[in-house]
Design a protein around this ligand. Structure first.
Ligand code: NAD
Ligand code: USQ
Length: 384
């Protein structure tokens, strides 16, 4: 099967492209490389230095004899996207190619507009090309658990059955996102749902939780294949940051009370979930939603677990409750379903198994890495 991975130079996309290639899928990557540009603009960098995409792909080919085609360009450019899709003729499109940081989208008006235009227009272009030329292609789109927000009732997978004034219907689950980024994903979901309903396209929205870890079987094969690992206050996510903070002796940065609860998953499960979605596609006209996480944790609990694991390894780990730079509930109900992917055969890597691994497997130069001053969120105006 021919699979186009949009955003294949990024954290989830790179691991997924190699994973699928390794399993015999004919893979192409499409990426504008804009994430590398944003890193430079913000003066941040991945902890694990990543090689240029062409070098990464050459090494993959040399090692495995499995070629991965590359299309470098922006999906908000309709002509470029149209040409690339017609050249590759994908049967499945896995779409990771968006601006994915909540803090980035909340910096100011420009960053909010950039995020929403990049994400919403890119996805819309894709939907129109699929409608015109690839109506049978399956779109596997990365959404986010943050589309739901933190409602005081259980979170279902995409839809909820409601009884109102004696009548009953199954409707899209209400969305209460907490950032301009998360809101862009809600807009995407509505647009994709519309395209499935009106044009008969087939799509799976993977509402993914926060991903952690860096190594997969494929990215661990060679230094040039190493994945990115963000730890800064804009693109670094909670558990990855906590692990790196513990390893370099920086206090763990819990925002506010730390009762914020989210869904989490190991990057090894991200790649497997995508494969499961590809292998059993949605039906024509179907807009399918899977909640893609394996466990729920509050950030306070996560910090405590990292501190405990770190101590067991002889690290001195301190937890710091910082003033919260985000507007979000710090204590709330959170209970989300995640049975769809488990029913398709997902066998999760639970955190207790992999936490020590991910701490131990950090590159040996990490303790020398110049992380000083890069952990605190910008809006706090703090520095170490
Ligand atoms: P990333 O920033 O590492 O990768 C995204 C990639 O998409 C980058 O290589 C970037 O250059 C590319 N890109 C962005 N806009 C593009 C455009 N207009 N045209 C072409 N390429 C473009 O992000 P990630 O962590 O790999 O996240 C991938 C997807 O998964 C995102 O959609 C994100 O919302 C979703 N997701 C990520 C996480 C997480 O914890 N990392 C959790 C839930 C959902
Ligand atoms: N947090 C801390 N300390 C930190 C970093 C984060 O307490 O050092 C807290 C945040 O305040 C938030 C929670 O941890 O309550 C999650 O924050 P995050 O930065 O790990 O994740 P988030 O901003 O939600 O975004 C990430 C990805 C995004 C994806 C989302 C999935 O960047 O692309 O959509 O996770 S979810 O959170 O389920 O919506």
């Amino acid at each position: 099967m021919k699979v186009l991975v949009i955003g294949g130079d990024g954290y989830c996309g790179w691991a997924t492209a190699l994973y699928l290639s390794n399993r015999g899928y004919e893979v192409a990557i499409l990426d504008s490389l804009v994430r590398r540009h944003w890193d430079m603009e913000l003066c941040i960098e991945t902890l694990t230095p990543i090689a240029p995409i062409q070098q990464r792909l050459k090494r993959w080919h040399d090692l495995t004899q499995k070629p991965i085609q590359l299309f470098v360009g922006d999906i908000t450019n309709y002509e470029f996207l149209h040409k690339s899709l017609h050249q590759f003729e994908p049967e499945t499109i896995v779409h990771f190619g968006e601006q994915r940081s909540a803090p980035f989208s909340m910096i100011d008006r420009e960053h909010a507009v950039l995020t929403q235009v990049n994400n919403v227009v890119g996805t819309l272009n894709l939907l129109y090309i699929m409608k015109e030329s690839f109506p049978d292609c399956h779109l596997v789109k990365l959404g986010t658990m943050g589309e739901y927000g933190t409602p005081n009732i259980d979170i279902e997978e995409g839809y909820i059955t409601i009884e109102h004034n004696g009548r009953k219907d199954t409707l899209p689950y209400p969305k209460q996102p907490g950032s301009m980024y998360h809101l862009s994903k809600v807009h995407d979901s509505h647009n994709i749902h519309f395209a499935c309903k009106m044009w008969g396209l087939r799509a799976t929205d993977l509402n993914q939780g926060v991903v952690y870890g860096v190594l997969t079987e494929e990215t661990g094969l060679d230094e040039l294949l190493i994945n990115r690992l963000d730890y800064d206050g804009v693109f670094g996510t909670a558990l990855n940051r906590f692990c790196i903070q513990a390893a370099v002796g920086h206090p763990l940065t819990v925002y506010g009370k730390g009762g914020q609860t989210r869904g989490f998953l190991d990057i090894r499960d991200t790649v497997r979930c995508v494969e499961l979605a590809i292998a059993t596609p949605a039906n024509p006209g179907e807009f399918r939603v899977f909640n893609q996480f394996t466990e729920l944790f509050s950030v306070g609990d996560l910090a405590a677990m990292v501190a405990k694991a770190g101590s067991a390894m002889g690290l001195k780990v301190e937890v710091q409750n910082l003033e919260n730079p985000r507007i979000e509930k710090e204590e709330h109900y959170f209970n989300a379903k995640n049975t769809n992917l488990l029913n398709l055969g997902l066998q999760p890597h639970f955190l207790s198994d992999s936490l020590l691994d991910s701490l131990l497997n950090l590159p040996s130069n990490i303790r020398r890495a110049s992380t000083k001053g890069k952990f605190y969120p910008k809006s706090l105006g703090a520095d170490s």
